[in-house]
Design a protein around this ligand. Structure first.
Ligand SMILES: C[S@@+](CC[C@H](N)C(=O)[O-])C[C@H]1O[C@@H](n2cnc3c(N)ncnc32)[C@H](O)[C@@H]1O
Length: 249
C-alpha cells in the first residue's frame, strides 16, 4: 500500500546495525496527534535523548562529550535533529485544515514537501486525495512516513528530495502543501521559490507555520488560525498560534 523511492530499500537506508525503519519502530511509540487525534503517529517523548540515540544507534557514531553544546558551536557534527518523531505545530495546523476542508485536496494529486512524520500527507490521503507524495531530505523521515502511512491505512508515495536543490518531487501535483519549513534561511527561500513555481504552473499551494524566523509573511495571505498544543521541550511553550496561508498574488 505504501510505496518507496529515493534509493532506499523496503526497510529504508542502513547506516549502522539497523535499518531506518527498524530504528523508527524501536525508538518511538504510537500515539494520537494532540490537535489531529484521528491520526496516529510514531512519536518520541524526549527529543534530545532521541537525537543522541539516532547518532549512536542508527549512525553508529559517538555522541560528542559536550552534547548539543558541541554540535551548536560547530565543535562536533551530528545528524540533523529527529524532526520526524514529532508532530510540529505547522503540521498539526495544516493537517487539521485539510481534514476539516477536504474539498481542498479531494480527488487531486497532492505533494507534501519537508514532510517529517508524514502527518500532512496522511491527512491529505484521509481527506480523499487521489494520490499523495511525501518528500523529505532525511532518510529516517522517509521511513517514518512509510510506517505512519501504513498505520493509518492510507497510501503515500515517499521520495527523497532536497528542497534547496529545487527538488519538489511528485509528478505535476495539483496541490502542494508544506508545514513548518521556514526555520532556516536557505530552506525557507527555496521552499517559497518552489511554491511560487508550483502555483505559476497551476497548482493550489497551502502552507502552515507558527511564525518561524524566515517565514515570508509579506508574501502570504492568511486562510485560518489555530492555537495548537506543542511539545514543550521543543518549543519552550505549551501551545503555539499557527496560521494556514496561501500565497499572495
Ligand atoms: C520542522 S520539520 C516539519 C515536518 C512536518 N512538515 C510537520 O510539520 O510536522 C521540518 C522538516 O523539513 C525537512 N527538511 C529540512 N531540510 C530540508 C531540505 N533541504 N529538503 C527537504 N526537506 C528538508 C526535515 O527533515 C524535517 O522533516
Amino acid at each position: 500500500m505504501v510505496s518507496g523511492g529515493g534509493g532506499t530499500g523496503a526497510g529504508g537506508r542502513r547506516l549502522g546495525a539497523v535499518t531506518a525503519e527498524e530504528f523508527v519502530l524501536a525508538a518511538t511509540e504510537p500515539g494520537a496527534v494532540p490537535f489531529v487525534p484521528e491520526i496516529t503517529l510514531r512519536m518520541a517523548a524526549d527529543p534530545f535523548g532521541l537525537w543522541e540515540r539516532t547518532e549512536v544507534e542508527w549512525a553508529g557514531r559517538e555522541w560528542p562529550a559536550g552534547g548539543i553544546a558541541d554540535i551548536a558551536s560547530g565543535r562536533a557534527t551530528a545528524l540533523p535533529p529527529p524532526f520526524w518523531a514529532f508532530p510540529w505545530a505547522g503540521g498539526q495546523g495544516l493537517a487539521r485544515y485539510v481534514l476539516d476542508n477536504p474539498g481542498t485536496v479531494a480527488g487531486r494529486a497532492v505533494l507534501d514537501m519537508a514532510s517529517g512524520s508524514g502527518l500532512v500527507a496522511i491527512a491529505a490521503a484521509k481527506a480523499g486525495a487521489a494520490r499523495v507524495t511525501a518528500t523529505d531530505i532525511d532518510p529516517l523521515a522517509l521511513s517514518a512516513v512509510r510506517v505512519n502511512a501504513a498505520a493509518n491505512h492510507v497510501a503515500v508515495t515517499v521520495r527523497s528530495r532536497d528542497v534547496r536543490a529545487g527538488g519538489g518531487g511528485g509528478e505535476a501535483p495539483e496541490v502542494v502543501l508544506v508545514a513548518d519549513a521556514f526555520y532556516e534561511r536557505d530552506l525557507a527561500e527555496q521552499t517559497l521559490a518552489l511554491l511560487r513555481r508550483a502555483e505559476d504552473g497551476g497548482a493550489r499551494v497551502m502552507l502552515a507555520d507558527p511564525g518561524r524566523a524566515f517565514l515570508p509573511t509579506s508574501e502570504l495571505t492568511a486562510i485560518a488560525e489555530y492555537e495548537i498544543p506543542v511539545v514543550a521541550a521543543l518549543e519552550n511553550a505549551d501551545s503555539k498560534r499557527v496560521t494556514v496561508y496561501g500565497l499572495r498574488c
